[in-house]
Design a protein around this ligand. Sequence first.
Ligand code: SAM
Length: 330
Amino acid sequence: MLRDNFNRVINYLRVSVTDRCNLHCRYCSDKDLPFTPHDDILRYEEILRFVRIAATLGVQKVRLTGGEPLSRRGITFLIGEINSIEGITDISLTTNGVYLGERVTELKEAGLGRVNISLDTLKRDRFSYITGVDVFDRVIASIEKAKELGLEPIKINTVIIKGFNDDEILDFARLTLENPYQIRFIELMPLGHAGIENNGRYLSNAIVRERIETFGRLDPVSGRGNGNDGPAQIYRLAGGAGEIGFISPVSRHFCRTCNRLRLTADGHLRACLLSDDETDLKGPLREGCADEEIQELIRRAISRKPERHGIACSESRIKKCMKEMQEIGG
Ligand code: SAM
């Protein structure tokens, strides 16, 4: 079992399979940032070798992310192979949903257990504005398809951005009355170049919650808030079929229970999303190093996992991590 210096068990690996994305969300990606050349992206066999080694150390859960993971060819194969690795008990995916509808059946058959779909607005014109692409209907159809297939719980990630979608908080919350979705309100984080532009657009989840409570009572869902729900605090609107989660990395950091490691698309290991400390793995993997050396690199990276992240978000002071979300993997 992997433990860091603060006695946290590290058993969850987020793998970014690409830094490319078919959408260009204004708050997430830097349109001027070139994509990593193909040869510098970890190959599937390298990712799989890393996951196997990490599993020998106690990693049990793997989430594929990006960029947009479904824009990389062969992702179903990757999921199938991860599914056959001893010790891996849970495979999930974070996606913008555009390609999900057409692929979700094969992904599920390959071993995908759960899916998080990002959706920041319920209005088609706003969707096109924030993502730069007019594919709102495809995302909605994908959510429906995932529901039909019973890929539950379907978690919908919604980043609330002041002046853009904060007038839709209740519309999102209302969706949980009749649908078995978990709507997860995520606080806007100050990352990379996009982080500078995001300054002043952050809204704390305390405010989001207050607004929802003007509409209905929020009952805590007991025994939840960790484990597979990760950092979300989970509630249910009285009488609702679905749930509402609050993920508050800025106002209420959940570092104390952080069990994560991240493998970036270009083969670096990060022990904290919001710290720029990275360990190169691609070099050693390509130089043919032994499994034990990779194990040692993992242990060392974990020994440097900070007790908590240092980001803050305010008009006057902004401390942030320098990389874009698209480069790290959200
Ligand atoms: N393309 C996939 C998707 O859209 O879900 C996976 C990658 S995306 C970077 C993962 C998540 O990170 C999305 O839900 C996105 O909204 C979120 N995200 C990106 N930039 C963020 C920021 N600055 N603050 C908070 N969440 C952010």
